[in-house]
Write a new protein. Structure first.
Lengths: 303, 338
């Protein structure tokens, strides 16, 4: 159990690991979403391409924006970019580093979606079934152009009565499926080569500048977190003082209005002090009503 | 320092097991990917070979590069290779060791993919169905077709539902033949890989064992040193930020005292500590000013001299005000822990 706690603490303490974790989760969610999605091609000449390409490109844009939103560093980067210069000069290299790291992480889930879509093939078959050359396939060779378009548009629909046992439909489907998979693997290959070259060759260019940018981007993140923690701590103390002050002023008001207060208990500790003046239901109700109707000012300087 | 030690031990103990774990996960993922992948042979003469061999060879290459990309040590290797010599010599044996160990781990997932593909048989069947020996398996009494037509017919062997050459060569016969060859190739490949791995592991102590132990030690050392340096920088950044923010709030409250002429605080025994913790901000407008100032005018990345550990330069100065010991304690504590 200790080991799990250590692992958890380790990952939480390091912002980069948290972001990598989120990135991985989004990629898995993207794959799961695709497998749960019930793709149904309209099988009509003008609609096929719009539907197919829409399913291939619109969810990746949504996933990309999700990836940007879920990344805490994007807000930090925007703030650093837009703040007035003040006493601290702005380092563009730091902002560029943060931007590129955010973009890289946000691109993973959309790329996973596009590649899974291509390897599965349904989208491309739906989108480009009307663009296939009918002369290559026996069943569509000697048909009028209008009818050919209609028939080709129905290729993605296996259960259509016209197409159910048509061998040419299967041939077209296979052909497009093959192209779709080849495209998917090619894109994956290019991206992996690009990622590998980036990682491998990075230390050859401006390594010292890179280390500096990375350090100061981590610093900005840590500083923001510590500032928020300090403000939280401060507001807790502020609220504590404010409320104590409120109770004390209520106690004084009650003293003024009631003469039956046992005076000898005034010197007791803080808790007894609060209790001993507000000791019955009416007084508590009065205190609560006062708290609602007339909140104390945000000023503890005279305490 | 305890936290440091815990994290350090965790990293060190799991360094190798972490990479081995990644390696194992990738091998499983490779097998899973193959079974999830919907292999569909195009059944057209020129496309079959390209598709079959593409599926056999491109994903392993991708998996190999992915194995290298996921290994954090790849950039460490290049950094060690490209760094200026400075006061520390570079040892090529260490670099070679690092590269070999990374490449060996990255090879496992591609080998799994190729083995699974060959043992399954669909790729080889698709790629080489046009090269089936007709004189051995086919019906020699069948009227001969032209080369092109023959290729077209044979190309459809993997696609049972559109195969129209049953008289020329039975579909099941051809597929069985090709699968048999594919599986034989697969088992030979597995045997070859395991024999190689066994030889490499068992014969290594016979050659330059001392040099190997040295390279391994120094390669681990470089990795640990880099991780420790990053941890130290993170710890330093944390302390730096704490002191910077404290000085920011002190600066704010000093400015306010100067501009608004607040009466000096009555530092009673009870209220003293709480007031100190309130950092001099005791009302809403002051807090708003502080927050606005934090955004509009961030403090410089330059901690004030009184907060630094005392050097000989200002030994003669009197003790700073009540707030300074707090940041001084912070930095002094940090340095003493290191």
């Amino acid at each position: 159990m200790d080991r799990f706690r250590m692992i958890f603490q380790y990952f939480q303490s390091n912002t980069e690991s948290v972001m990598n974790g989120i990135c991985g989760l989004l990629a898995l969610a993207s794959m799961k979403m695709y497998s749960c999605f019930d793709f149904s091609c309209p099988c009509l000449p003008q609609y096929n391409m719009a539907y197919g390409l829409g399913i291939m490109f619109v969810p990746p844009i949504a996933l990309f924006l999700c990836g940007l939103m879920l990344n805490r560093q994007s807000l930090v980067m925007l703030e650093e970019w837009r703040r007035p210069q003040g006493h601290r000069k702005k380092d563009l290299a730091v902002i560029r580093y943060m931007c590129s790291s955010i973009m890289q992480r946000a691109m993973v889930a959309p790329v996973v979606w596009i590649i899974v879509t291509l390897l599965d093939g349904k989208c491309l078959i739906c989108a480009f079934s009307c663009s296939v050359d009918p002369e290559k396939f026996v069943g569509f060779a000697n048909v009028s152009p209008v009818q050919v378009q209609q028939l080709l548009a129905k290729v993605p629909c296996k259960d259509d009565e016209l197409m159910r046992n048509n061998t040419s439909r299967k041939a077209v489907s296979r052909y497009l499926h093959c192209w779709s998979q080849a495209l998917g693997w090619s894109i994956l290959l290019i991206l992996i080569i690009a990622a590998f070259l980036t990682r491998w060759l990075r230390p050859c260019f401006n390594q010292a500048t890179f280390l500096q940018a990375r350090h100061w981007s981590n610093y900005i993140d840590i500083e923001q977190k510590i500032f928020e923690e300090t403000c939280c701590e401060h507001s807790r103390l502020f609220a504590h003082k404010c409320i104590l002050h409120f109770f004390e002023s209520m106690q004084q008001e009650i003293k003024l209005h009631s003469f039956s207060l046992p005076r000898e208990r005034e010197g007791a500790g803080g808790e007894d002090n609060i209790l001993c003046s507000i000791t019955d239901q009416d007084q508590v109700n009065k205190l609560l009503k006062m708290w609602y109707n007339e909140k104390p000012p945000l000023n503890v300087s005279q305490v | 320092m305890d936290k440091f030690r815990m994290i350090f031990q965790f990293l060190q103990s799991n360094q190798e097991s972490f990479m081995n774990g990644i390696c194992g996960i990738m091998a499983l993922a490779s097998a899973q990917m193959y079974s999830a992948f919907d292999f569909s042979c195009p059944c057209l003469p020129r496309y079959n070979l390209a598709y079959g061999l593409g599926i056999l060879l491109v994903p392993p290459f991708i998996l190999f590069l992915l194995g290298l990309v996921l290994n954090n040590n790849i950039s460490m290797l290049t950094e060690e290779w490209r760094r200026p010599q400075g006061q520390r010599r570079k040892d090529p044996a260490v670099l070679r060791y690092m590269f070999c160990s990374m490449a060996q781990r990255a090879m496992i997932a591609p080998v799994v993919w190729i083995s699974v593909t060959l043992l399954d048989g669909k790729c080889i069947t698709c790629a080489f169905c046009t090269l089936v020996p007709l004189e051995l398996l086919g019906n020699t009494s069948h009227p001969s077709l032209s080369q092109g037509e023959m290729k077209q017919v044979l190309a459809r062997i993997p696609c049972k539902e559109i195969y129209n050459g049953q008289e020329l060569i039975a579909n099941e016969v051809a597929i069985r033949y090709l699968r048999c060859i594919s599986q034989a190739l697969g088992w030979c490949f597995v045997l070859l890989m395991t024999t190689l791995a066994f030889l490499v592991r068992s014969l290594r102590p016979c050659f330059t064992q001392a040099a190997f132990l040295k390279s391994r030690y120094w390669s681990h050392y470089i990795d640990i040193e880099r991780k420790l340096f990053e941890e130290t920088c993170a710890e330093h950044a944390r302390s730096f930020a704490k002191v910077c923010i404290q000085q920011f709030f002190e600066g704010m409250s000093t400015d306010l005292v100067a501009t608004h002429c607040h009466p000096p605080r009555k530092a009673t025994a009870n209220a003293g500590e709480a007031t100190e913790k309130l950092l001099g901000i005791t009302d809403q407008s002051t807090m708003n000013t502080a927050l606005k100032s934090w955004h509009r005018c961030k403090p410089p990345l330059n901690l004030h001299p009184p907060a630094l550990p005392s050097g000989n330069g200002w030994a003669g100065e009197e003790q700073p005000s009540v707030h300074a010991p707090v940041p001084q304690r912070e930095i002094a504590a940090y340095y003493s822990q290191v």
